[in-house]
Design a protein around this ligand. Structure first.
Ligand code: SF4
Length: 204
């Protein structure tokens, strides 16, 4: 991943992975070639939604609705076409729905007010966050090889799915972060584990 990305640190002290642009005058994309996009099938969300631009204001946030404007970019030849289509159709044709499905649980965490008001400096938490958000192979090994599944109640079908399904694994990673970072009920500790912990505290 690090061949094409830079790892930045956001305001909350957590990693933000950004595409590393070429070191040329235009800061061009590393995947653009004379024949087009080298990774077209896997191009990121921002390339798919282009030339639409999401508009976000307090009003749109409160209403829970999405609004878009069309960017005024003369070099986008698609804008010169007669074809008219709705935003919804554009999003579907560009394969956006799966990106939204992945983004919603991520936004639930990163845009949570309790997180934006604090700065995480604990290296272990920073590392766990990075792994859950950006290193799914390592997160899968962590889930399957650590005692995590012994501590939390996880539906058997979810355990089966996360062994080979990256989308399900990512959703589980977000539940784990929700529990760990926000103290919310993304996951539930098993009753016997909870009881053993209480007993341990009573014996202290
Ligand atoms: S579509 Fe996106 S990823 Fe592909 S070349 Fe253009 S900017 Fe780069």
């Amino acid at each position: 991943m690090t061949s094409y990305t830079d790892i930045l640190v956001g305001d909350a002290g957590l990693a933000v992975v950004a595409l590393r642009m070429r070191d040329d005058e235009k800061k061009s994309c590393p995947f653009v070639t004379s024949g087009g996009c080298k990774i077209y099938e896997d191009r990121p969300w921002s390339c798919r939604i282009y030339p639409l631009k999401p508009e976000s204001t307090d009003i749109t946030e409160k209403s829970g609705k999405e609004y878009y404007s069309v960017m005024d970019v003369p070099f986008c030849l698609g804008l010169a076409e007669d074809k008219v289509m709705t935003v919804e159709r554009w999003k579907t044709e560009q394969g956006i729905p799966i990106y939204l499905e992945m983004e919603n649980p991520f936004k639930k965490i990163t845009m949570n007010k309790s997180l934006s008001n604090k700065k995480i400096i604990n290296k272990k938490i920073q590392e766990m966050y990075y792994m859950a958000c950006y290193d799914l192979d390592r997160f899968r090994r962590f889930v399957l090889e650590s005692k995590l599944l012994k501590l939390f109640e996880v539906e058997p079908e979810t355990v089966e799915k996360i062994k080979h399904d990256d989308v399900e694994l990512y959703k589980f990673a977000m539940r784990w972060l929700e529990y760990g970072l926000l103290g919310q009920h993304g996951l539930k500790v098993k009753p016997d584990v909870m009881e053993a912990k209480k007993q341990e505290l009573r014996n202290k």
